[in-house]
Design a binder for this molecule. Structure first.
Ligand SMILES: [Zn+2]
Length: 180
């Protein structure tokens, strides 16, 4: 038996990935909800029960579903690309901060020691700081690189507990054999 007397005016919505509503006809969980009127009655149904309506209502419902799915797809896509852009921006910002700190540490060492040669810890830091991204660089690279730089900076600037040679400006350890 087809249902009669229902009017569809294009009202429909997406409840989100977790379906929160039940179809007013078959009680199934529905994500995409379509609102129909029958006099004073309001019915919320889903694609599960489109076949219970005759023409032109069924066609109108199908068209609304196509439209709704397009919108949802577009929104999901925009949200995803927006989130990726935001993540890259944030990670790139952090990477720049550590890179600057690294360059500063190397400059400071050279100013204080008047030496061109760098100790191993600073030499390695310089290599990491020299690595540059391209326009295609993925967001994980900035994260990984920022962590690497931070770890090396921490190592250099950590207050020396045993009075050994890792302390910046008081380096007495081995010098790297490569001039940079
Ligand atoms: Zn249903």
């Amino acid at each position: 038996m087809q249902l009669t007397g229902y009017i569809f005016k294009g009202q429909c919505y997406d409840t989100g990935a977790q379906a929160k509503r039940k179809c007013g006809l078959c009680a199934k969980d529905i994500r995409y909800c379509f609102i129909l009127k029958n006099g004073d009655l309001t019915l919320v149904t889903g694609p599960c029960c489109f076949s219970r309506f005759g023409e032109p209502v069924r066609k109108q419902l199908e068209a609304a579903k196509t439209w709704l799915l397009n919108i949802v797809q577009q929104e999901t896509y925009e949200k995803r690309t927006g989130a990726v852009r935001w993540e890259v921006k944030e990670r790139r910002g952090l990477w720049r901060i550590y890179r600057r700190q690294a360059i500063e540490a190397i400059r400071k060492y050279r100013q204080e020691t008047k030496k061109e040669w760098l100790p191993e810890s600073l030499f390695e830091l310089k290599i990491e700081a020299a690595k540059k991204p391209t326009f295609k660089t993925p967001s994980w690279w900035y994260k990984k690189q920022a962590e690497k730089l931070k770890a090396r900076i921490d190592l250099i600037s950590a207050p020396s507990t045993s009075g050994d040679s890792t302390c910046l400006g008081d380096y007495k350890g081995e010098y790297h054999g490569i001039q940079v």
